[in-house]
Write a protein that binds this ligand. Structure first.
Ligand code: TXA
Ligand code: MG
Length: 348
């Protein structure tokens, strides 16, 4: 299959490109679309065959459910069995935006979407192109991140093409995605509100409406073996470069010295570093992902930087953690997962 990439730039031609995307989706095909978080691989959420095609293109394990995207809050009713008061309040405040809410599902949601769970994850993206494509398709769109399963999510159309070339008919190129990490996943289907995945909508923001909301244990720690995962996605290695990532915590000078010592004489060693710090690593290949004190920029650039390190054929990747990086829950969670939770303390 030939994969077409069409730019959507806010010009007149966009309308033709969006209606082309809508037509493909109506026929059960897949289209990669930009959202404000990362690119999504979209398909008609009511079509089991279309969902099957998503799983095949990504090589995604069948027990990992996908998020359903709507263009407005009013469109959730056919998807959910009930909408608790708390969900209504949260959606009113944060939709459209980078927040996914888990509800008890309606029977209309195919098992392929929910991977056999009794719940469905729903999100209303703030990206204008995503909203227009949902409207053009005329159905809610199931859309996981548009990367091969396990690889860093795609934050540009070029990243999508890297993973999906020849597998899907169309990629809409809306430029780099502004947030850069996936939506916050908030589970409101159980007794207590639980954040299963941190994102740009933070725990503190949610706590204003949901007192007592907390992180699921899998967010910052490895799940013990044989523990059932609340969010099936947390079981898998995620966002990971091909090389092995090791995070080093501590003061800047100590962390840099530790990395230099560990990487000495090591073939394929490389560094994920902050802007302006590359030269401090004694000639090791280094990819920068933003200023040390700007976690928002780091979040935007992280997945691209991990892909770039793959391009350098890095076998072992070292990254020091600034205080600001560790304090930014969504970013820190993605780094931890990409590193398989390998964090060491810098030598003093
Ligand atoms: O920002 C985003 O959310 C992006 C864009 C494309 O919208 N999508 C995205 O989808 O990140 P995906 O499939 O890569 O991640 C969805 C996460 C997975 O960890 C999955 O296990 C979890 O949400 N999830 C989906 N449905 C769920 C459910 N019913 N219960 C628990 N977790 C669920
Ligand atoms: Mg994903």
């Amino acid at each position: 299959m030939k994969t077409e990439v069409l730019k959507v730039t806010g010009e007149e031609a966009d309308r033709a490109h969006i209606s082309k995307a809508g037509d493909i989706l109506k026929k059960g095909g897949l289209v990669a679309i930009p959202t404000e978080t990362v690119y999504g691989l979209a398909a008609n959420a009511y079509s089991t065959e279309a969902i099957d095609a998503i799983f095949a293109a990504k090589g995604r394990p069948r027990d990992n459910p996908v998020i359903v995207h709507v263009a407005a809050f009013s469109e959730i009713s056919p998807l959910v069995a009930a909408c608790p008061e708390a969900a209504r309040d949260v959606c009113r405040r944060f939709w459209p935006g980078p927040l996914t809410v888990i509800f008890k599902k309606s029977p209309l949601v195919p098992d392929a979407v929910s991977a056999g769970l009794e719940t469905v994850a729903v999100r209303c993206p703030a990206h204008p192109i995503a909203a227009e494509v949902i409207r053009a398709a005329g159905v809610p769109l199931a859309a996981p991140s548009a990367n091969t399963s396990g690889r860093p999510s795609a934050t540009t159309a070029a990243h999508v093409l890297e993973d999906m070339d020849g597998k899907i008919p169309l990629i809409l190129d809306g430029g780099p995605t502004p947030v850069g990490v996936e939506s916050t996943v908030l589970d409101l289907s159980g007794e207590a509100p639980l954040v299963l995945r941190p994102g740009e909508i933070t725990l503190e923001m949610l706590a204003e409406l949901l007192p007592g909301v907390r992180y699921d244990t899998a967010v910052f720690g490895k799940l013990p073996e044989h523990t059932p995962a609340r969010s099936p996605g947390t079981k898998y290695t995620h966002y990971a470069p091909r090389g092995e990532l090791l995070l080093v915590r501590g003061g800047a000078a100590d962390a840099m010295r530790t990395i230099l010592r560990l990487a000495e004489g090591q073939a394929g060693a490389a560094v994920l570093c902050y802007d302006g710090e590359g030269d401090a690593y004694g000639g090791l290949p280094a990819v920068a992902f933003g200023p040390a004190e700007r976690p928002d920029i780091q979040a935007r650039k992280l997945f691209g930087a991990l892909r770039e390190l793959d391009g350098l054929d890095a076998k072992k990747i070292y990254a020091r953690l600034s205080r600001q990086t560790e304090g930014a829950a969504a970013l820190y969670n993605r780094l931890l997962r990409a590193a398989g939770f390998q964090v060491i303390e810098a030598e003093g």
